[in-house]
Design a protein around this ligand. Structure first.
Ligand code: MN3
Length: 239
């Protein structure tokens, strides 16, 4: 029996559509790459076991994140003036996005940016943790007391999100660290703040392994947080 993919490809070929990206054949000027591409996971799908399972990671990255990218590209195709702008720039001022695609950019641009940050904020539990920069540790100490206290406060905040959303550690233009939450795929970038760390609390992030036990997922994920990577974002210039 043919697979779903073979059927889809057969249909596409019958319709005269080449599924092989035109870029591969070294195409001409019309063969522009879609503006956004799904970044690969920075580790193997099973690298976060036992805290996050490989199947969840494959679906979360390969289906959910990939869909945000595809739908963001659809929105850009419908509003070509946005072509070439980084996703952070799109999210920074949503009022500047044409109304016809504003919700799509907010949801799918947010989804793309949020997940990209999420993957790169986690590290395999077997990897030796990299120390955050001293400047970040000092800011965390001043605001929250310690990294452990920050982790606890983030976990509590993530637990409080009603429905689908995110818990964040953000940096404001005033250089103040904040814990905040957002609904759906809304990004702190749209509120004028820089996300340093985001924790995905959509059920798709944990349901396969943890079912409805969001608290168990959140305490598991604290074993994976890469404070070195988070702290290095604190040192980047704003913008
Ligand atoms: Mn997600």
């Amino acid at each position: 029996m043919p697979t779903r993919r073979e059927i889809l490809e057969g249909t596409a070929i019958a319709a005269g559509v080449l599924l092989v990206p035109r870029l591969v054949s070294g195409g001409g000027p019309a063969a522009a790459a879609p503006p956004f591409v799904l970044p690969p996971l920075p580790y193997a799908a099973d690298a976060l076991e036992p805290f996050l399972d490989a199947e969840t990671m494959r679906i979360h990255h390969g289906k959910h994140h990939a869909t945000y990218v595809a739908k963001l590209n659809e929105a850009i195709a419908a509003a070509p003036a946005l072509t070439g702008k980084p996703v952070e720039e799109l999210l920074r001022d949503l009022t500047a996005i044409p109304e016809a695609v504003r919700t799509a950019v907010r949801n799918h641009g947010g989804g793309h940016a949020n997940h990209t940050l999420f993957w790169s904020s986690l590290r395999p539990p077997t990897a030796s943790p990299s120390a955050p920069p001293a400047s970040f540790e000092a800011a965390v100490k001043a605001e929250f007391g310690s990294l452990v206290a920050l982790g606890e406060a983030l976990e509590k905040s993530a637990l409080s999100v009603f429905g689908s959303g995110w818990a964040w550690l953000t940096l404001g233009p005033d250089r103040k660290l904040r814990i905040e939450t957002s609904s759906n795929q809304d990004s702190p970038i749209s509120a004028g703040r820089t996300p340093l760390l985001g924790i995905d609390v959509w059920e798709h992030a944990y349901y396969l392994r943890y079912q409805n036990r969001r608290a168990d997922y959140l305490s598991a994920i604290r074993n994976l947080l890469d404070w070195g990577a988070v702290g290095r974002r604190f040192e980047l210039p704003a913008g």
